[in-house]
Design a protein around this ligand. Structure first.
Ligand code: SF4
Ligand code: SF4
Length: 74
């Protein structure tokens, strides 16, 4: 079973392109449609933490390097 993960997404660093949401294999990311950053853009967030497997797809695909992936240990 893969290690479970956690991601931090920079609210101000996200430009709302939704690539990470599209390419997450477990569909645990979502766009915050109710809020915007200071640029007026909807930003991505970790919607279902229990589903993140720390695969790094989102961090690799993000054009603005706004995502940091952590592997949970133990
Ligand atoms: S690390 Fe993988 S599973 Fe976790 S949010 Fe990013 S793409 Fe999805
Ligand atoms: S790929 Fe990066 S810039 Fe695009 S929505 Fe995700 S976090 Fe934001």
């Amino acid at each position: 079973m893969p290690a479970k993960g956690y991601v931090e997404i920079s609210v101000e660093g996200c430009k709302g392109c939704e690539l990470c949401v599209t390419f997450c294999p477990t569909k645990c990311l979502a766009m915050n449609k109710a809020d915007t950053n200071s640029f007026g853009l909807h930003y991505a967030f970790l919607d279902q933490e229990d589903k993140c497997i720390a695969c790094q797809n989102c961090a690799v695909i993000c054009p603005d390097a706004a995502i940091t992936v952590y592997k949970k240990v133990g």
